[in-house]
Design a binder for this molecule. Structure first.
Ligand SMILES: CSCC[C@H](NC=O)C(=O)N[C@@H](C)C(=O)O
Length: 655
């Protein structure tokens, strides 16, 4: 019977993750990636498909199983894509790498263009479709002893990066010959490259100060004379670039650090002739990027900004929704595609802006491919339909309440599906802190709900989706954010009738920090699950890949300056108050929040006699719950359910 199966941890098997909707500039085809989760092969089997826009016909372009990220050429005849391959170093150690391959849209097959162990950061076609500008990481770590004299040392998902410089290149697509673009810098990390529509220039955003890599300069490289000059300095943020159709102006995605790392990303208009900079989206007071959480995404290489003759297109995170916006210089930003209670997750536009390809998800629909043309939206694929028909998925309900300082705080409850008895409930805290819960699909939430747990998810202060002021909790972690969460708990108990004695708390990353903070400040919860979390800001300093500067920016302290504040805000400082049985889940290659964060908490709880268990996932990193090996993801979900079931017994004899 359709919809009869329980959606348990291993329901991940067979789920298809649709991503990277790349429309050809002439609007004839939409290329995308479909990755099937396979427990049998413990991998994501990804292939590249295309839809013909006029007929809707679907074509398999590359049957995989490790192909992704198609980038079509401006003439609409070819595309490049990434194929995951394994290489070996001189000692025989396996090195995961990728090949950049070139293929024709009219003929099968593909040829290798370049092979890269270190990956590719950004690509941009020349308008004549003969060359690519690329940002390529160069330099590998020592094979044996690591002799390190630079920062940063490591990066989550990449390993040791102390020898890596991300450099700009031009690749000839027919010969594969690479030519380095010289910027005259000793140390550099390029974040984006953009070839101008007139073919004459390449804009490059680059970090050049090893000790302050969050500061970005923009260069313009003259393709004809080979000279590069700086047009803007000391910008911050994502650093993505897009040229105006007349090749005169640049759009820059980022900010000036008004609120440090809590700043919204903005669309800034940069005049490369004068160096003039103007904010085009400041009146919106929303983050001009997609920050909604979801665990059904797959690799995507699409640009976050696209400038067509109709304006600059970008996504905006707003109250749990993600909306496609457009802005023209001198005008106010306007929503182009507001999907309602849903998320436009990625997009691309044809050259004239008349066709927009995008992926869309809702809390009960994993991502599918859509087309927007002439004010009409049409679904193009049905990769997840059969999967969905097998299971029962409940619908979440939104709620909002007035916090004690008068601010409005928003949240959702996802109850168990019809026919499943409520066993208890979970307060699930998101990471970031500047991300948001909302209308993204969360497989993990449905696993909890199918097991009888109502999931309560709230956007406390520090979250994205609201004003910049709302997101800014610098120097105040564990204060207003904690109060918002506990006031939400009060609301769902009193107003929505959730049972007081059947609650658990859980979260990952900043959400893991907050889970640790919560259990050190209240014994309300029956159980806790803390994942990829933070327990000690002093030892977080200098170990996290997110930058030694992140702790100083967000907590306003270093181990030698106001260390009292770092310690004051560390959950470990309150470990002697913790009574809640706590499951700690961490990955041993998590270079964002290193393993010490879990070990210190685990040791403290063990010594104090608090029931605890530490699960360490080998070979996984900070993204275990989103892109970890499928079998590890299933195991993780099983561990969580076992812990909750143990501490929230089935028989209801209270409340
Ligand atoms: C607060 S320290 C770093 C935590 C991390 N921040 C950004 O990467 C985080 O919370 N990440 C979130 C997005 C997560 O992993 O869910």
């Amino acid at each position: 019977m359709p919809g009869a199966e329980k959606l348990g941890p291993d329901s991940l098997d067979g789920l298809v993750l649709v991503s990277n909707p790349a429309v050809t500039p002439d609007g004839r085809y939409i290329l995308y990636t479909a990755a099937r989760v396979s427990l049998a092969t413990d991998s994501y089997e990804s292939s590249i498909l295309a839809v013909k826009v006029d007929s809707g016909e679907q074509i398999v372009l590359q049957s995989g199983p490790r192909d992704s990220c198609p980038v079509p050429s401006p003439d609409g005849r070819r595309y490049v894509f990434a194929r995951k391959v394994e290489q070996r170093d001189r000692r025989g150690n396996k090195l995961p790498g990728i090949e950049l391959r070139l293929a024709s849209l009219d003929a099968p097959g593909a040829s290798q263009l370049i092979a890269r162990v270190e990956g590719i950061v950004s690509l941009s076609w020349s308008p004549d479709s003969r060359r690519l500008a690329a940002a390529l990481p160069m330099g590998r770590p020592d094979e044996d002893v690591k002799e390190i004299e630079t920062l940063p040392v490591w990066f989550n998902g990449k390993g040791f990066v102390y020898k890596t410089r991300i450099e700009p290149f031009i690749i000839d697509v027919d010969s594969g010959i690479m030519e380095r673009i010289e910027l005259g810098l000793n140390w550099l990390q390029v974040s984006d490259v953009a070839w101008s529509p007139d073919g004459k220039k390449i804009a490059i955003s680059v970090a050049a100060d090893m000790l302050r890599p969050y500061l970005l300069d923009v260069y313009v490289y003259d393709v004809e004379n080979g000279e590069a000059h700086v047009v803007a300095q000391g910008l911050r943020g994502y650093g993505e670039l897009a040229w105006s159709p007349d090749s005169k102006l640049l759009a820059y995605l980022g900010h000036r650090g008004e609120r440090g790392f809590s700043s919204h990303q903005k669309i800034m208009l940069l005049n490369p002739e004068t160096g003039g900079l103007e904010c085009l989206t400041c009146s919106l007071d929303r983050n001009a990027v997609n920050t909604v959480n979801s665990d059904v995404r797959f690799r995507s290489c699409l640009k976050k900004l696209q400038w067509t003759i109709r304006g600059i297109y970008f996504l905006v995170s707003d109250s749990g929704r993600v909306i496609l916006y457009r802005v023209q210089p001198g005008m106010e930003p306007e929503p182009v595609l507001d999907p309602g209670e849903a998320v436009v997750d990625e997009f691309s536009a044809s050259r004239d802006g008349s066709i927009i390809a995008y992926t869309l998800m809702t809390p009960v629909d994993p991502k599918e491919l859509y087309l927007y043309r002439g004010m009409e939206a049409r679904r193009l694929t049905r990769h997840t339909e059969a999967w969905k028909r097998r299971y029962k998925l409940a619908q979440p309900r939104r709620f909002s309440f007035r916090a004690s300082d008068g601010a409005t705080v928003e949240g959702w409850v996802l109850p168990p599906p019809e026919g499943v008895e409520q066993r208890g409930w979970v307060l699930y805290i998101h990471g970031g802190p500047k991300t948001m819960w909302g209308y993204g699909f969360m497989h993990e939430f449905h696993v909890l709900s199918n097991a009888g747990y109502t999931v309560v998810y709230v956007n406390p202060r520090g979250s994205d989706g609201y004003s910049e002021d709302f997101a800014d909790i610098r120097c105040r972690y564990g204060e207003r954010d904690y109060m918002d969460l506990m006031e939400a708990v009060d609301y769902v108990v009193k107003q929505l009738g959730l049972p007081k004695s059947r609650a658990a708390v859980m979260g990952g990353s900043y959400g893991g920090f907050m889970t640790n903070w919560v259990i050190g400040h209240t014994s309300f919860f029956r159980a806790a699950v803390t994942m990829r979390g933070i327990s000690n800001w002093i030892s977080m300093y200098g170990t996290t890949d997110i930058g030694w500067y992140f702790v100083e920016d967000q907590l306003c302290c270093t181990p030698w300056r106001r260390s009292d504040l770092c310690w004051e805000k560390s959950p470990l400082r309150y470990a002697d108050r913790i009574e809640t049985p706590t499951l700690i889940i961490h990955s041993n290659e998590d270079y964002r929040c290193w393993l010490d964060q879990a070990l210190q908490l685990y040791t403290a709880l063990k010594l104090r006699g608090v029931e605890t268990k530490l699960a360490i996932f080998p070979g996984e990193n900070h993204d275990l719950s989103r892109s970890g090996k499928p079998r590890h993801r299933v195991k993780r979900l099983q561990l969580i359910l076992d812990w909750l079931n143990k501490h929230i017994p089935g028989a209801r004899n209270e409340d």
